[in-house]
Design a protein around this ligand. Sequence first.
Ligand code: 6PG
Length: 250
Amino acid sequence: MSASLDLRRLTTPQDLFQAAAEEVLRSAADAITQRGRFTIALSGGSTPRNLYTLIAANASTTLPWDKMFFFWGDERHVPLTDPESNYRMANETFLSKVPVPPANIFPVPAENQDASAAAQTYEDTLRKFFALQPSEFPRFDLILLGLGPDGHAASLFPETAALQEKSRLVVANRVEKLNTSRITFTLPVLNAARCVAFLVSGADKAAVLHEVLEGNAPGEKYPSKLVRPNKGKLIWFVDRAAASQLSTAA
Ligand code: 6PG
């Protein structure tokens, strides 16, 4: 892990979500002041639920929602109404509770039976929104990520093909152990971000967090190790339970 690691240790999960919410709001304010808009890629899974709920409860009237644009760093290959959908989770806990214009929300078209086509469509959406040149990558203001128990981030699972992708923005990634394809940002997109923030909570993540931050295994085995923004910040929000196997002093 890079020496400039920004490891933010919080005591309880609630402290973690509060600190992460403050970072989201600070990032949004800075981006809108400097560039007139805020672009964020949301993460899925269960950890960010409480973050989204907290933001919706505390910022629904204070933010310039019309200048905020929401994407997803990965999505399950299911309809948006499916209980497994990352879009559905974020919409239920957050986006349906704040006055963000629907046109500012860009779900992955995961209802498409062809995962590769869904990935290509989403890539086209990114290229158009960010007005990218052919070899350019989008520079999100903030990308939120969780840490999977196997060290995956987004849907970049250990030893899967997407880890090798160097030019595409979004791909369908076959995850044999889940017997499914996931639609995911590639590493170049994650590493082009102005800021990437991992949220890691709970004792069940302690071993993998130690491996990712302090272990010597290759990134292909713990893909979160490969998330190192080229010209951006990398922040790890961890609670005490998740940090319990880290050797660094508290
Ligand atoms: C997903 C997420 C995935 C998640 C990690 C952690 O689609 O599930 O994008 O990368 O962030 O698996 O998940 P938890 O927060 O549920 O532990």
